[in-house]
Ligand binder design. Sequence first.
Ligand code: SIN
Length: 302
Amino acid sequence: MILHPSGLFNNHAKSYKRISAFPLASAMGAEIRGVSLSSLDDEQFLEIEDALHRHKMIYFRNQDTSLADQENFTLRFGAFGVDAYTPGTAGHPNVQKVVKEADTRVKMIFGSGWHTDSPFLPRPPAISILFGVDIPPFGGDTMWANSQLAYEFLSETMKKIIAPLRVHMSARNVLRTIQEINSSPEASKLGSMNLSMEDQRGMIEGSFHPLVRTHPATGAKALFVDYTYASGIQGMTEAEARPLLDFLVNHITQPAFTCRLRWEKHTLAVWDNRSCLHQAFNDHDGYRREMYRTTVLGEAPF
Ligand code: SIN
């Protein structure tokens, strides 16, 4: 069912003392102004955290943020998360460089396809932070979809059906595509994705998580299912689970629940993987895109 804004859409900005929030779309997202992330104080941080809970994805323009500043900002939310795919940047093991060179031609880039970050882990990243350093003149946008709002729009009957279900999150399909890319001449241009067999086994085995998860800070419920990793439902056959997973992913990612960010050099975005899905686009062949990414360790979803 294609939905249009109704009374459940509530992305208006709160009035803060030390920051200003400017909503991006009806469903989610907001630009935060009036702060420099390299010299943040505690009161500003608490307002930023509140804005993140409210808008699910927030972004800051014109930030003069070093990798150390990004690390410090990340650590205000909690301990660094695990990144299953990349080893980190020299001297900054918890900062992942995400780059696509101008001359790279590949069928998949890091972050493509609607997903929540690394949900095959027992404790997937709660929050992801991405800083833009080199931005193509067009393309390379990121989209998000509000999985809390999507949950609220389900019928009470559907909510009851899915309440006890556990979704199997596995990296099987992603690893298959990475393997294909690794055996092509473009492999070196995507950055290091050399995963040991043991790592890959764990990522394929994945984790079973509640299909409806509860946000630890707000108590709000959200759908925890995506296109890239959700590969089954505990106790259901593939034929039973697939249509339900497809329905839920299509429901979350319909246009009314999304927002889209046009990156600029030195834009920093923060999103809550417990409340939204996101995807990057492989649509800027001929132009370089370089980003730096950190994550915050999440709880075991409940
Ligand atoms: C990601 O999925 O974490 C990366 C998104 C992007 O590069 O836009």
